[in-house]
Structures are given as structure tokens and as C-alpha cells.
Design a protein around this ligand. Sequence first.
Ligand SMILES: NC(=O)C1=CN([C@@H]2O[C@H](COP(=O)(O)OP(=O)(O)OC[C@H]3O[C@@H](n4cnc5c(N)ncnc54)[C@H](OP(=O)(O)O)[C@@H]3O)[C@@H](O)[C@H]2O)C=CC1
Ligand SMILES: O=CCCC(=O)O
Length: 360
Amino acid sequence: MGRFLSLSKPSTKLPLYACSSMAVALTSTFSPRPFFQFPRFKRNPSSLLNSIAPFSVSSQLSNATAEGGSFSGRVGFLGLGIMGTPMALNLIKAGCDVTVWNRTKSKCDQLINQGAKYQASPADVASSCDVTFAMLADPQSAVDIACGVNGAVKGMGPGKGYVDVSTVDGATSKSISESIKETGALFLEAPVSGSKKPAEDGQLIFLTAGDASLYETVAPLLNIMGKSKFYLGEVGNGAAMKLVVNMIMGSMMASFSEGLLLSEKVGLDPNVLVEVVSQGAISAPMFSLKGPSMVQGKYPTAFPLKHQQKDLRLALGLAESVSQPIPMAAAANELYKAAKSHGFSDQDFSAVVEALKANL
Ligand SMILES: NC(=O)C1=CN([C@@H]2O[C@H](COP(=O)(O)OP(=O)(O)OC[C@H]3O[C@@H](n4cnc5c(N)ncnc54)[C@H](OP(=O)(O)O)[C@@H]3O)[C@@H](O)[C@H]2O)C=CC1
Ligand SMILES: O=CCCC(=O)O
């Protein structure tokens, strides 16, 4: 039991509960923090219960239970963009009692038609729900919707929980956490890896940190929306993990873009490059998925370029805070800034290749 009670406390020697082989290597070699991944048992709720049961941190949520791998409380969802809409939709399809709000109200219609309730403000959603999720564009909007006039904080209180799944920096997440917790409610940051299609398919990866009991309570909801989830300890660790992952992704895409253009310029077929890359050590689903449309100059938006640049900017701030040089990411950031200034903000981040074209 003792080893599980240390779940929410940073430690250098925590055993891994269940994880990938990569996570084992990281934990035993580098990680100074708890590093847990729970397996996903979507088709076997009793296995899910067994996997969660050892983490017997009692839930403080009054009307919600996670018994048997389900969640019987009311779920709020704020922010219905590319990611929020399919995530909320999956909760509705799974039978959850979902209440939505979005700045642009018309984006709520699809979900209301599928059975969602609507409230007129984040505060109203939070006061009418047990747990409220927020999937917002950036740090400013995440703070505004949590802490602003008619923000979620106004509707929070003991027995409730707030789960911020937006990609923000650790300082923003901590500030939101403090405001939420001052009301007596619980807070979990849970940014996601995975884009539009994984969100639609319930295949996201949650990078969570904060109140362990809220993590346990919302685990059945995370299991509906995602394929795996990591609990990383203190608030800020989930945000940091997400920014590091997206820093790598942004640099990879910038480098891939250079390769595509260079191959074409020296007379090679960039489609063949995509095929060659897909068979070797640097293969990545991202290259295979986006490469063919990049060659055609098409960038259907899954992950908006402006958000990728935001994440690189936040990763640069994270690196600055610990005096870590990240020259590749800094160079990539300049490229995404150039792409933004040429009007590609709302296209997919693979449009960064346009910033390399000579006529820009
Ligand atoms: N798309 C992706 O592949 C992924 C995105 N993310 C992250 O998830 C978050 C959401 O991304 P995504 O869904 O793609 O983004 P979108 O741009 O599609 O949606 C952004 C959401 O934030 C809302 N919003 C923006 N500014 C404000 C504001 N000032 N006040 C109130 N609401 C606001 C928008 O409302 P409105 O509809 O009114 O504009 C919308 O609901 C971002 O942090 C992103 O980095 C994480 C993983 C993958
Ligand atoms: O933040 C966006 C991540 C996109 C992805 O993981 O494919």
C-alpha cells in the first residue's frame, strides 16, 4: 500500500506500476519524478477497476463515482474546437451526461443535437457539473475561461473537479490550479498527445498531473477519450511533458519540410522520399500521414500551425527557465513564425514547408 500512497508525491525511487518499455528505461535512468502509465482496458471494465484499485486515494467528488470503471456524475466541457468537439462527442456517445459551452455558440449545436445540455457561461457549466473539462486555444484563453468574469472558478466548489486539457505552460497551469483549489475544488492538468483523428477515435494520450484523487475519479472518462494516460505528479509536469513532445514534433516537421524541398530541387521525386523515409529508422506516422499532401501543397488542418508555434514559444520559455540550450527548436520556431506571417496560421502545421519556399 505504501508505494501507492506516494503517487502524488515527487520521489526519485518510485516503482513503475505499468508502463511501456521506454517508460521503464526513462524511469530507472533519468526521471526524478513519478512516471506512471495505466494500461487501457476499454473492453474489459473489471480489468480497469483492478488496475485502478491499488491507487486507493479516496475521491472527494460528492456526486461522481468511478466504480466499475464508469463515471456517473455530470460532465462539463468548455471549448469546442478541433479537439474539444470530438472529445465531448465521444463522452456523449459513451452515455455520459454532458453540458457544453463555447465562445462561438454555434459550435455547440452539433453536440446539443447529440444530446448535450447547454449552459450560457463557463461558471454556469461548472456549477451544474461535477467535473468540468476545458480544451482552449492557449494560455490566455485558458486563464480567461477559468478565472475571468463568469469563469469556471465562479461555479466551482468543494466536491467538484476541473480538468484542463489545453496545451499551456506550467506557470499558467499552476495559476489556474491555485484559483480552482481556493474554492475547495480539485484540479488536474491533462494535455493530450494526438490530433484530430485520434480525438475522433478515442485514441488520445493524456499527460496528467495534479490531484491524484481527481485523476482516479476521471480515469473512466479519460479512457473513453484516450488510449493511454500518464500520471506525472505535481501540476506543471504534464504541461512540461506536453511541451517537450511538441517541441520535438515541431522540429521534426521543419526538418522533414527541408528534406522534401531539397529532394525536389535536386531532381528527386519527393513522394519517393516519403516512401523511403517510411521504411527506415526515421519513419514516423506523421511523415507518412502528412507527406503526400505536403508534396501537393495541401495542408488540411488537424493541428493548426499557430498552435504549433505557440507550443515552440512555450517550450523555449521552459528551456530558458532551466538554462537549457534548444537551438534546433529555436530555429524551427523562427520558421513557424515566418509561416504565420505569410498567412498560414490556421492551416495545418505541415504548412511550415511554405516558409521555406524561395518566393516567400
Ligand atoms: N489540434 C490538435 O491536433 C491538437 C491541439 N492541442 C491543443 O489543444 C488546444 C485546442 O486545440 P484545437 O482544438 O486544435 O484548437 P481550435 O483553435 O480548434 O479551438 C480553440 C478553442 O479555444 C476557444 N478559444 C480561443 N480563444 C478564446 C478566447 N479568448 N475565449 C474563449 N474561448 C477561446 C475557441 O473558441 P471559438 O470556437 O469561439 O473560437 C475554441 O473552442 C490547444 O491548446 C492546442 O495546442 C493538443 C493536441 C492536439
Ligand atoms: O498538440 C498537438 C499534437 C498533435 C499530435 O500529437 O499529433
